[in-house]
Structure formats: structure tokens, C-alpha cells
Design a protein around this ligand. Structure first.
Ligand code: GDP
Ligand code: IMO
Ligand code: MG
Length: 426
């Protein structure tokens, strides 16, 4: 196995950053395949906490290549802030490559993201307001600007002029202030100058690495339930975080993608709007939210929390080709008397084991649970499966049984060291 895809198997924030950073120690290349700074990937090691947004989670390892692929939408200003922030903390020895086909996020994308959210009123998505949706829309509408164009002053000037003409009409129509070409051009040209040295054809780079049989880790952002195609549309993001999207988003042949590690919390969380069948409220929700520090990395919003949903997990496994699971934040479940796992839904009196395509139906499903005894022991220091209390071992075995997928790794704390890998993945 020389490639491994890291996929969020729920609604994002499953711990993809932590697992990518951990496995990056065994890799040659880490590739962020899609999304932008709507992602927040948290990493802890040596007593330090880092929250990455667009930068791949392999950045702390000077020996490996970090790629930001064509499937991403990159906010140059925020990305540079991220790089400068890392530099201030002594992280400056890295290898970074940005695809010349990745799209850039500009100020009007952020304005429009906020404006459409307000206009949607009760139907708002609850986006991160980072301009992600409008940037992907421009890509599809063929008025986006790509990195390879951005770093050429004359091409950027022309592209920005053309795009801004249309975008200002849109802003005006929405009752917003129009943006000035000169201001954006001047500011963003300086970012382009700084980013230029990283920009290249990353598909070519990956081909060379594949030929050398290098170990390549593809780091997805978001999660399958937020996928534009397979997620709980319209309460989704504007790209596809599935395993299937990796070849397209990175410019590699599909035959290179065989192994997909689904990152999964021991329970479920969701930020933003949309149905969430196993959602909890009351004391247990509070307990999990506080113990798991379930507040958004990007927006600081409290995350909605719920029991583990194996219908959603099996759906993610199916549409994303997940063949290994990483069970995260397992330590958070210590101290709960009795834990439920959803194994099916009921809809109109019928048992179903998939996600209905409409949110109307999805908001009507009733989760069916199995209930298992919990454990009281603190597990944050265990170093093997055998050290886990029997009920915690049974919880893992039950998930494997319900998903027909091996839990190959579990995590008992945010630190890199609090990771137990049970089989070779890579
Ligand atoms: P990502 O977007 O998938 O990378 O996940 P986030 O970083 O947004 O959210 C995961 C949160 O859980 C972060 O605050 C991590 O530091 C934290 N975390 C990851 N694994 C564990 C774990 O096993 N136990 C605990 N307590 N926290 C964890
Ligand atoms: P990581 O990679 C959790 C959610 C937003 C919103 C919806 C659309 O950290 O797991 P967007 O700004 O993308 O248009 O918002 O998607 N969302 C995430 N939720 N983790 C993420 O990324 C997310 N990225 C987007 O909250 O509901
Ligand atoms: Mg996150």
C-alpha cells in the first residue's frame, strides 16, 4: 500500500488533522485534496497546539512534501497569515507545493457568502462564511481565478477585472457595496508575490512520487455527510470530501486509490444547520460537549452532539470506500453509565438502513438504538487495546460488527502520543 486517503466519515471535525499528523510520520507526501479554510484541523504535540486551516497537516515534518491540490479553494490572505503564524512558532522548515489549478478565494466571495446566508433567513446553511461556496460556484461558472493565473500580474489583472465586473453587479443587486478593483489588485498582488514560489503542477509532482512508490497520504477536509453530492444537501459544503473525489481533486489516476481510512468520533457532532437524528440535548449533551471541548475550531460555535450513528457511518463507508476506521475522542465517553449506538432508522413505520435523499424525510427518521454498558475508568493513558476496560473493548467490537469494518486505530486524547494504531495502514 503506498497511498492512504483520510476521510471524515461524519459531519466534519472527526480528528482528521490529528490522524494525518500522526500518520505523516510514516509518509513521504501529504496532500490536502479539497475544501479551504472552512476546515480547522487541530494538532497537539510536544505541549503545543496548532489549528491548521488550509495548510496540510504534514507541515510539521520537514522531510515530507506537503501539497495543496487543485481541488482546493485557497484564500491567499488567510493562508499567508497561517504560514506567518507557523513561522512565529518556529515552524519554517517545510516543503510546500500549491497546485497551479487550485482556485483562489477573494474578498467578494466572503461578502457574498455572508449575504446569501442572511438572505436565506430560516433556510440558512450555517456556513463558516469563509467564501467557500461562492468560490466553488465561480469555479463551476468559469469565472474563478486559479493560482497559476494569480501569480502572473498581468493575467491576474485581467481576470480580476472581468470577474469583478460581474461580481459588483451581484453585490449591487444584493444591496451591498461594490468593491474597488485597485484596492483588491494592490493588496492581493503582494500576496501573489509571496506565494509564487510554492505554485507548481502538483499532479506532475504526485506522478513522480507514485512512480517512486512514495507513501502518499491524502488529507480530506469536512466529512462525507457534508459532501455536495452525497451529504445532507443543501446542508453541506460545496466540494466532495469522499475517497472518490481524490483522483479528480489531486490529478492522480483512480487506480491509485485503494485504501480509505474513515475518521470517526466515538459519538457524533455537527456544526451548522440540518437534520441530525441522534442529536442529544440536556445533561449528556452538555457532558460530552464540555469533556470533548466541542466548540468549532474555525467559528467557535458550540458543536451539536449526539450518539454514534452507524447508519450514517455505513453510508459514508459505502459512498466513500472506507475500509478501515479510526475511532477518535474515545476518552470522552468514560463516565457515561450506558451508551447507545444507532444501528437503523425507522421511517413511516419501516426500518431503513440508509440516508433518505430529502431532508424532509431525513428529519422524520427515528433512530433505533442498541444500548451498551459504559465504563468509568479514565482511558486517556492506555497504550493498547488490551488495556481498555472490557466495556470499552466491547464498544469497539460492536462498531466493527455494525460497520463490517476494522477499527485500525483509536485515539484517547488530543496529543499525538495518545494514539493507538492496531494495524499497519500504510
Ligand atoms: P478535524 O477537522 O477532523 O481535523 O477535527 P478538529 O480538529 O476540528 O476537531 C477535533 C477535536 O478533537 C480537536 O480539538 C482535537 O484536538 C480533538 N481530539 C482529537 N482526537 C482526540 C481524542 O482522542 N480525544 C480528545 N479528548 N480530543 C481529541
Ligand atoms: P473540517 O475539515 C465541520 C460545515 C459548516 C456548514 C456547512 C457549509 O474541520 O472537518 P461552508 O463554509 O463549507 O460553506 O459551510 O459545512 N463545515 C464544517 N463542519 N468541519 C468542517 O471542516 C467544516 N467545513 C464546513 O459548518 O454547516
Ligand atoms: Mg475541524
Amino acid at each position: 500500500m503506498s497511498t492512504l486517503v483520510i476521510v471524515g466519515s461524519q459531519w466534519g471535525d472527526e480528528g482528521k488533522g490529528k490522524v494525518t499528523d500522526y500518520l505523516a510520520q510514516q509518509a513521504d507526501v501529504v496532500v490536502r485534496s479539497q475544501g479551504g479554510n472552512n476546515a480547522g484541523h487541530t494538532i497537539y504535540f510536544d505541549g503545543q497546539k496548532y489549528a491548521l486551516r488550509s495548510i496540510p497537516s504534514g507541515i510539521f515534518n520537514p522531510n515530507i512534501k506537503n501539497v495543496m491540490a487543485n481541488g482546493m479553494v485557497i484564500d491567499p490572505k488567510q493562508m499567508l497569515e497561517e504560514l506567518h503564524g507557523l513561522m512565529e512558532r518556529g515552524i519554517k522548515d517545510y516543503q510546500l507545493f500549491i497546485s497551479n489549478r487550485a482556485h483562489i478565494v477573494l474578498p467578494y466571495h466572503k461578502e457574498l457568502d455572508g449575504a446569501y446566508e442572511s438572505l436565506k433567513k430560516d433556510n440558512k446553511i450555517g456556513t463558516t462564511k469563509r467564501g467557500i461556496g461562492p468560490a466553488y460556484a465561480d469555479k463551476a461558472n468559469r469565472i474563478g481565478i486559479r493560482m497559476g493565473e494569480f501569480i502572473h500580474p498581468e493575467i491576474f489583472k485581467l481576470k480580476l477585472k472581468n470577474a469583478l465586473e460581474l461580481k459588483n453587479m451581484e453585490l449591487k443587486m444584493l444591496g451591498l457595496e461594490e468593491l474597488e478593483f485597485e484596492t483588491i489588485y494592490k493588496e492581493y498582488s503582494s500576496y501573489a508575490l509571496e506565494l509564487k514560489k510554492y505554485v507548481c503542477d502538483t499532479s506532475l509532482l504526485l506522478e513522480e512520487e507514485l512512480e517512486k512508490n512514495s507513501k502518499i497520504l491524502f488529507e480530506g477536509a469536512q466529512g462525507v455527510m457534508l459532501c455536495l453530492d452525497h451529504g445532507t444537501y443543501p446542508y453541506v459544503t460545496s466540494s466532495s470530501p469522499t475517497g472518490a473525489s481524490v483522483p479528480l481533486n489531486c490529478g492522480v489516476a483512480p487506480r491509485h486509490i485503494t485504501d480509505v481510512l474513515g475518521i470517526c468520533k466515538a459519538y457524533t457532532t455537527r456544526v451548522g444547520e440540518g437534520p441530525f437524528p441522534t442529536e442529544l440535548s440536556g445533561d449528556l449533551a452538555h457532558y460530552i460537549r464540555e469533556k470533548g471541548h466541542e466548540y468549532g475550531t474555525v467559528t467557535q460555535r458550540p458543536r451539536r452532539v449526539g450518539y454514534l450513528d452507524c447508519v450514517a457511518l455505513n453510508y459514508a463507508r459505502r459512498v466513500s470506500g472506507i475500509n478501515h476506521l479510526a475511532l477518535m475522542l474515545f476518552d470522552v465517553l468514560s463516565g457515561i453509565d450506558s451508551i447507545k449506538i444507532c444501528y437503523a432508522y425507522e421511517l413511516d413505520g419501516k426500518k431503513i438502513q440508509t440516508i433518505p435523499a430529502t431532508n424532509q424525510e431525513y428529519s422524520e427518521v427515528v433512530p433505533l438504538y442498541i444500548e451498551m454498558p459504559g465504563w468509568t475508568e479514565d482511558i486517556s493513558n492506555v497504550t493498547s487495546f488490551e488495556e481498555l476496560p472490557l466495556n470499552a473493548q466491547n464498544y469497539i467490537r460492536k462498531i466493527e460488527e455494525l460497520t463490517k469494518t476494522k477499527v485500525s486505530l483509536f485515539s484517547v486524547g488530543p496529543d499525538r502520543k495518545q494514539t493507538i494504531q492496531m494495524e499497519e495502514l500504510f
